[in-house]
Every structure is written in structure tokens, then in C-alpha cells.
Design a binder for this molecule. Sequence first.
Ligand code: SAM
Length: 317
Amino acid sequence: MSLVKTNSVGHIATAGDWLWENLQFLRMRLQGLQGRGDDMAELMAELDGYRTAYESLSGWLFRDAAIFEVGYGARPLRLLALTSLGLNARGIDLDAPLLSGSVPELLRVLRTNGWQRFIKSTVRAKVFDAHERRALDRALAQRGARLRIQPERFLVGDIATASLAPSSVDFFCSEDVFEHIPRDALDAVCASMARALTPDGVALIAPAVFTGIGGGHLVEWYAHTLGSGMERRSEPWEHLRQRRFQADCFLNEMRLADYQHLFERHFRVEAVHNLQAGHGAAFLTEDVIEELDDYSEEELLGDKWRFVLRKKPENGP
Ligand SMILES: C[S@@+](CC[C@H](N)C(=O)[O-])C[C@H]1O[C@@H](n2cnc3c(N)ncnc32)[C@H](O)[C@@H]1O
């Protein structure tokens, strides 16, 4: 296993299980190749949602905002789109991104991310990236922009130790990241983000909460595969029940109330949205409900929740 600090590889015990999870992931991505146009439409709709939320809550224009994405990921399409649209955006990730595919960049990925991530990134770059970037370029063209890769906007590091200047960020976004950060680091992360947020600023933090059907991060329960009718080796909500299989990533296993309490300590929580209400309902049989009676149905049905956060007045400017 890798000695490099990364959350994108987990603690899968056997090489066979690691291979299984990653082949499942590859299969899901291959099946998704045809739907790239839809993915980009979704991405653009998400960015429009960011703009609407920021402008309506802050009273300021999104195009003038300093934007910061926490955990832009191995396919940093959101940050690529934001920067290509001419917005003042940057972000940070533990893993080095593969932006140009050059040899020096590949070596940096190997050094920073470890060999497992390196294998994944190289396969992905060869099979998917060019296709995906072309689809992104087409979506940007519809908004009068072209794909522009600005590597200096892609910081590599741990948000827990990143030095963010006070009142330097108007808008934070983070999708599917907080569940990968260890619990004991999250207070420092939130304190630093709250300090960095400008007085009228907005943070949209959307973790995949552990109690959702996909919260265990087994590929066969991802949103993309949920409706596929595929054969699965695990049970629905396996990660809350038998726990026989492990995901290929670190998970802090936080529940909705854990996030609520965390964010309340550092921010004013403006709203909480279940972005996938009802998700997994077809699998929530009477037997499963009975077995999981420590969890509310609301918690079980919906992996992804968005917390809309503002600066607390006592955090000062
Ligand atoms: C599941 S991916 C999500 C990526 C992206 N946000 C998306 O929506 O596709 C989680 C990302 O969070 C990053 N990450 C996890 N912990 C982090 C930390 N402490 N600081 C910065 N990035 C982190 C991981 O390296 C990984 O790229």
C-alpha cells in the first residue's frame, strides 16, 4: 500500500478486492462515455446554481467573487470550467492533478499520489480525459468561452494545513470531499475556512453522507449504477450492516447530525438540502428498515447533502 498521504486510495485488504472495485469503477466510466454531453449540461447547471446562491445570499456578483474549491479531484472539471469561464477561481487537492499529461506531470503524480493513484490517473488520461475535455470545451463554447488550462490555479496540498488569508474567499465550494477528511482534522479545516470567508461570503459544502445507500462508496451502489439492475455482490446499505467489503478510499463515517454540529461550531448554517431525496427507496424494504432502526428514513434516502454556510458575525471581517 502507498505511503503517500492521499485519501483517494483506501485500505482494501486484498489485491483481488482492490482490482474488483477498480474494474467496477472502470466499467461504470466506460458506460458513461456516451452521456458526456449530459454530464457537461449538469456541470453547467451546477455552476449556474452556485452563481444564483452566491448572488442571492451575498448581494454581490459571482463574476467578481474570489472562488475556492476544496478537493477539485482527479477529474477537475468544475475548476477547469470556472477558470475557463474567466472567473477568479482556484482550488486545492491532496492529489496532484493530471492536466497536460506531460512526462514531468506524470512523475509528479507518481511522487505525490503514490502508485495506485498513478495507475488510475494514467488509465483515465488515456481512455477518458481527451473525450471529456472535448465535451467540456463544447459546453464552454456555448457560453462564449474555450477550455483554458491554468495549472497555477490547481494547488496541491491538504486543506487542513493550507494557509488561507483572512477574508480572502467570497465563495467556497466542495463536492464529495468532506467525508474523506478525518474527523479530528475537520474543526481546523472549518475554522480556517470560516476565517478566510469574507463577511458576505457563502460556502456550499456537499458531502456524501455515510448513511446513504452509496455512503459506503462501493461502486455498485454509486448513483450512476443504482438504477442499472446490475448483479451486486453486496447488500443495500452493506456498510451499515454486514460491512463485508471496503471502499477504495478513506471514509470518516460521519452522519448528518455530525456535519450539522461541526458546521454550527464554525459557521451560520443558512440551509441544508438533501440533493437526492428518496435515493435508494426501491431497496429500503421492511426488513432493511427494521435492521437499520437506528437511522431515520430521511438519513438513509439520500447520499448527498448540501450545507449552505455563512460567516458567523463573531468571526469578524
Ligand atoms: C471523491 S473526490 C471528489 C472530487 C471532486 N470534488 C468531484 O466532485 O469530482 C474527493 C477528493 O477530495 C480530495 N481530498 C480529500 N481530503 C482532502 C484534503 N484534506 N485536502 C484537500 N483535498 C482532499 C481527494 O484527494 C479527492 O480528489
